[in-house]
Design a protein around this ligand. Structure first.
Ligand SMILES: [Zn+2]
Length: 113
């Protein structure tokens, strides 16, 4: 599962930051997940216990913030949510679009005790 790999690399990144900052415990990890990132939020939640197992984040709470998949139609310029529009423009039905927002996954916040 792709999601587990994403989480594993995040745990490693955070571990480095935590060591540099001389912190020991992370209370909460907040991740922003774009609707067009290809990452399934539900899978992230399911994988979290496995990714955190036997790491310094074993007791860390995971919070996800979903970022809407906003795109702009290349034909008519309409801005819309690609997920709810079935990946075609609700105005002209074009499927050519540029992603404005929501194609990333990133660490938003690391809350330490
Ligand atoms: Zn259009």
């Amino acid at each position: 599962m792709h999601e587990l790999g994403v989480l594993n690399s995040m745990v490693h990144t955070i571990e480095r930051i935590i060591n540099e900052q001389d912190l020991t415990e992370v209370q909460k990890l907040v991740i922003e997940v774009g609707e067009l990132s290809g990452i399934v939020p539900r899978y992230l939640e399911q994988c979290w216990p496995a990714a955190a197992y036997k790491t310094f984040m074993e007791n860390t709470e995971l919070e996800l913030i979903i970022i809407p998949g906003i795109v702009k139609c290349r034909s008519c310029g309409r801005v819309f949510n690609a997920v709810y529009s079935d990946l075609s423009c609700p105005n002209c039905e074009s499927t050519q679009m540029d992603i404005l927002e929501g194609n990333d996954i990133m660490i938003k916040e690391i809350v330490c005790r």
